[in-house]
Design a protein around this ligand. Structure first.
Ligand SMILES: [Ca+2]
Ligand SMILES: [Ca+2]
Length: 237
């Protein structure tokens, strides 16, 4: 093999590897986004139903450890933002989200749902979006994390400053041999101020593996630049 042909060969292999990685990533993300969300009321469009909480539901916020489901944080607590400055995360027209004044007691579930009929030994993506309800939360951030049957999964997520500032957090979790689980979200910040946040678009969904048919297509796409470069190097020798 000549030096120029070796160079073309190496370049083509590099392109193929990068292309293969990109296509695999695209297929994986597309399949994740199309997986069915098992959460009954993840976007809160149904209101205060189909989930549980250790917090107290109120129509007006008077203290910590309270929540509501609303489209307008300002009507719940006069210190919070109102639309159109603050809107929920879902594209639906109801604009409802879970609004929370963080608890001063550690270990309380902000949101909780029990799932049955899970597929054993299968990876699930646990995901949610969070936003501060009042600006200026940077020095004392909300600290969110998923829990399964009371045990933490993934890592603790620090909600960044500002509002509205919808940010996604989550974890990959596998139930092992079990087909039931109680999944919850907790806030590890137990301070009074500000520690006020919203949750929206909570999702529990399987992470499907790419199918063999997809892998064949991906493989053909990946080796196409290599075959093209090799043909060119043959012609120029
Ligand atoms: Ca929503
Ligand atoms: Ca608070």
């Amino acid at each position: 093999m000549t030096t120029s042909r070796k160079s073309a060969h190496i370049s083509a292999v590099r392109i193929a590897v990068v292309l293969f990685a990109n296509v695999i990533c695209f297929v994986s993300l597309a399949q994740r986004s199309s997986a069915q969300n098992l959460v009954a009321n993840g976007d809160f469009s149904l209101g205060n139903t189909s989930f549980a909480s250790d917090y107290n539901f109120t129509s007006i916020n008077t203290s910590q450890n309270q929540y509501t489901v609303s489209s307008n944080p300002h009507t719940w607590n006069g210190g919070f933002l109102s639309p159109p400055t603050w809107v929920d995360h879902s594209p639906s027209a109801d604009n409802l989200a879970l609004l929370v004044n963080g608890s001063v007691t550690a270990g309380e579930d902000v949101w909780r749902e029990t799932f049955v009929g899970l597929t054993a030994n299968t990876n699930y993506t646990l995901s949610a979006w969070a936003s501060n309800l009042a600006p200026g939360s940077a020095p004392n951030p909300v600290l969110l994390q998923f829990f399964v049957n009371g045990a933490p999964v993934g890592s603790q997520f620090t909600v960044g400053p500002g509002a509205p500032n919808w940010q996604q957090f989550g974890a990959i979790w596998n139930p092992g041999a079990s087909t039931t689980a109680t999944i919850s979200i907790r806030d590890a910040n137990t301070d009074l101020e500000p520690n006020d946040f919203a949750l929206d678009d909570i999702s529990v969904a399987t992470v499907p593996e790419p199918s063999p048919a997809w892998l064949v297509v991906v493989g053909l796409l990946a080796i196409a630049p290599y075959r093209s470069a090799l043909r060119k190097s043959h012609r120029t020798e």
